[in-house]
Design a protein around this ligand. Sequence first.
Ligand code: F0G
Length: 457
Amino acid sequence: MSEQAVKTGQSVSELRCIGCCRIALPDRFRCEHCRDLLEIVFPGWDEQEPAGLNAEGLKQLWAERQSSFDPANRSGVWRFREILPEITTQEIITIKEGNTPVYELAHCAKSAGVQQLFAKHQGMNPTGSFKDTGMTVAASFARQAGYRWVACASTGNTSASMAAYAARGGLHSLVLIPEGKISWSKLSQSLDYGAITCQLKTDFDGCVRVLNEVVQKMPVYLLNSVNPYRIEGQKAVAFELLEQFGWEPPDHIIVPGGNLANSSAIGKALREMKQLGFISRLPKISVIQAEGANPLIRTIRETGGEKLVPVQAETMATAIRIGNPASWKKALRVIRESEGTVEQVTEIEIALAKAEIGAEGIGCEPASAVTLAGLKKLVKQGFVKANERVVLILTGHALKDAEFTLKFHRGDLFVGTPFESQSEVLQSQQRTPLVLEPNVDAVIHLLRTAEHGHKKD
Ligand code: F0G
């Protein structure tokens, strides 16, 4: 890999406050004057001819890189390095993230009431979630800036991803997670990849509060999604999606909302793509939250987006069990700019949607399934039209939370919860594991019954 390949004149970036627009030092997270979040900007792009970036030329170059064996070219993030912040080649930590598939979901389309529905599956990343695309950039920056330690508070996916990238890059990592509130598979990943993993007796928002103080007192680089380099890497999903759609934007992109960084990143990418002439219009970006963890919806409905309304979050979709989202202002800007919307969905709706995505042979974790559940509502409201092209961003792999899936199919997911009485609607999707004697006739009998059932469908 040549040094030239990753350092480009165009990717000279600086950190700017989203509130007062002051420029900040490269390893900061909040503005020292107004405490707002920071974002990466590329001053060269404001010129009329954006720093020599030629959209048509880049589309071709990025496509060509897919057949290269250079590690940066194989990465579905660094392949797009001309529009990412520059990192010295030797410091890049990549596990060949990105390059994730788009699947058509024919049955889900039908049940939602649209003609064509696609899923961009970010769960197909190396550690099983979309976090890898941001982590490759932020962890590489940490190494370049000379940090030996990185840390995050997490609902499980960020920590799994951070632990993996830290291990690959020779960095030490510290994970703070809410005790008993994340899935075992995610916890097992951070242990496996060698992070120091602490379960705090609080929720995600409590973990964030503790970690914010730790990083002020210790030379530890924060890899939560307030980190602007993570947002840059997470832009790549939008570049890839557009490439996969022949640079013709879909009408709608639907994203789950937790800490609200992913929707911010996708919106930033599309805004920049439009600015640089890759596309001429923006898809509508809509954010779906769980009803029990809905601070963005409340913020918009109760204050018109003026002031964050934090909530005490509760949902079985533990990845998005977040009540005080850091990136709410960034996400709000994206929703407004793209003329998208927000919606909330119930626990039952999430479980049903997850099973429907599973039944397509694709699957995802519960937090990702809010997208399909939300789409159904947006179609009913007339916000999404039947003939519009819709893309759901599936953020995590089905195996991230196998316990949820098992409980769902065994029929005990909602036992003892306030939703128990409504859970009858799930029966059509439940496929209880069967226990049989090791007997050929019993299996054949079962097959015949199943075949008879399918004929009736
Ligand atoms: N989907 C999954 C699977 C997630 O893990 C997360 C966030 C989200 C959606 C929401 O994305 O926060 O950018 O709005 N997980 C974080 C974590 C918070 O710690 O793993 P967001």
